[in-house]
Design a protein around this ligand. Sequence first.
Ligand SMILES: CC(=O)[C@@H](O)[C@H](O)COP(=O)(O)O
Ligand SMILES: NCC(=O)COP(=O)(O)O
Length: 248
Amino acid sequence: MSTSRLSVNVNAIAMLRNRRDLPWPSVCGLAAIAMEAGAKGITVHPRPDERHIRKTDVLDLAELIEDRFPNKELCLEGYPTEDFMKLVEQARPDQVLFVPDDPDQTTSDHGWQFDKDLSSLTTAIAAAHEWNITVSLFCDPDPAAPARAAALGAERIEIYTGPYGACHDNADLAEKELAKVVETAEVARTAGLGVNAGHDLTVENIPALLAKAPFIREMSIGHGFTADALIHGFADSVKRFRASMGEL
Ligand SMILES: CC(=O)[C@@H](O)[C@H](O)COP(=O)(O)O
Ligand SMILES: NCC(=O)COP(=O)(O)O
């Protein structure tokens, strides 16, 4: 099993490919380069309109990992609609991250509001467990969230790091947002949950986060990773992100 925390999100590669009716850049080809270069696995978040990742990409990635990278992991993210759950059942990822996004949301921007009716989420968690898939819930950096996620039966949470990532030009604010992420991570760890983090992570903002929460198990990174890879190349960016995580 890989010791890296880095799961490369290839949504943005699919978005580039979809500009044309052509098969490049190749989602599976670049995913393979990332895994060969040392990433722990691949993350995808198919949106209902398939604006980037398509259902066929998810199935192709699942097959790629099963056939060529059996020690790597696929993480599938999405809102637990009937359609999404069918895809989870077909693709059988190692991990599913349930995210509370509306279909028309441009990107993920909040965690689950645990005071709402979550009966469909409970059903989805039970189905994923039936298929032996690790369940993670997308949570705001809010120390009240982990207990609610644990009560629903999740093994992990992913802390939404968007507000921290947005403070790239304001060190004081970044410190405050980081403190919320770290407090939530510590509470989650104490509750026995595995802790993941994701959204707008970069080689610049990862070291401060891991200095305070070195127990974070996984970071799924897409937008910042792709921006970095446009300059350095996919394989070198894996190394750059792993170095920022203290892994190299
Ligand atoms: C859950 C999460 O933070 C990521 O999946 C992020 O939402 C990426 O999705 P897009 O690539 O559609 O912005
Ligand atoms: N779960 C977060 C993710 O997969 C990637 O988010 P981003 O790096 O594209 O913001």
